[in-house]
Design a protein around this ligand. Structure first.
Ligand code: B12
Length: 151
């Protein structure tokens, strides 16, 4: 039944001055294959670009990637900007979030305190993030499958 379900829109990008592009390219492909509408903002994306894209595309999730070790500084204030724009979206962050990142639990706690709903390390399989998204967006398997079929 084509058109029964609307694809869920997610915003994806690498924040700050970070230019590592391979991770989000893989994530975009995996998310698209899983039936999500992906707005990929690419690398070196400013906070306000995430916010305006989330607003204009009526997105349900903002997925932030950071590889070069400055994620905390780059993400500081992002949730305030989302709040100011009146957006109540799911936020995920992933990658090499801290230099060294020897204690991921500590890193995870830091980013959760900053407002992120889920925090992923660089070992994350895209399928894992997709499962979490389905869970957090309360997407049933049937709906996920239907989105895939309808494209
Ligand atoms: C290739 C590479 C580069 C290339 C990037 C080319 C390009 N255009 O993409 C170049 C040479 C340009 C580069 C530059 C730099 N790099 Co570099 N780079 C790498 C390298 C070797 C591989 C990255 C990669 O492509 N991995 C493959 C992809 C598939 O994996 P991924 O990026 O990790 O993404 C996956 C997961 O992390 C996860 N994920 C990522 N984001 C998100 C987000 C969400 C929401 C979720 C759910 C999951 C998720 O899912 C992805 C897909 O599976 C890594 C080391 C490594 N082995 O990871 C260093 C590395 C990331 N770089 C590093 C550094 C320090 C730099 C520089 C600062 C070096 C310098 N002093 O100039 C610069 C930064 C330049 C800049 N402005 O960004 C460090 C970061 C250190 C840290 N965070 O602690 C690393 C870890 C190397 C190291 N061991 O020191 N780099």
């Amino acid at each position: 039944m084509t058109g029964k379900y609307m694809p869920r829109t997610v915003i994806l990008g690498v924040i700050g001055s970070d230019a590592h592009v391979v991770g989000i390219t893989i994530l975009e492909q995996a998310l698209s294959a899983a039936g999500f509408e992906v707005i990929n903002l690419g690398v070196q994306t400013a906070q306000d670009e995430f916010v305006s894209a989330a607003k204009s595309h009526d997105a349900e999730a903002v997925l932030v990637s950071s590889l070069y070790g400055h994620a905390r500084q780059d993400c500081e204030g992002l949730h305030d900007e989302l709040d100011d724009a009146g957006l109540d979206v799911l936020t995920y962050v992933g990658g090499n979030l801290a230099v060294g990142q020897s204690d991921f639990e500590e890193t995870q706690a830091t980013f959760q305190q900053m407002g992120f709903d889920r925090v992923f390390d660089a070992e994350t399989d895209p399928e894992e993030a997709i499962e979490m998204l389905r869970e957090d967006l309360q997407l049933t398997t049937t709906e996920a499958e239907q989105i895939r079929v309808d494209g």
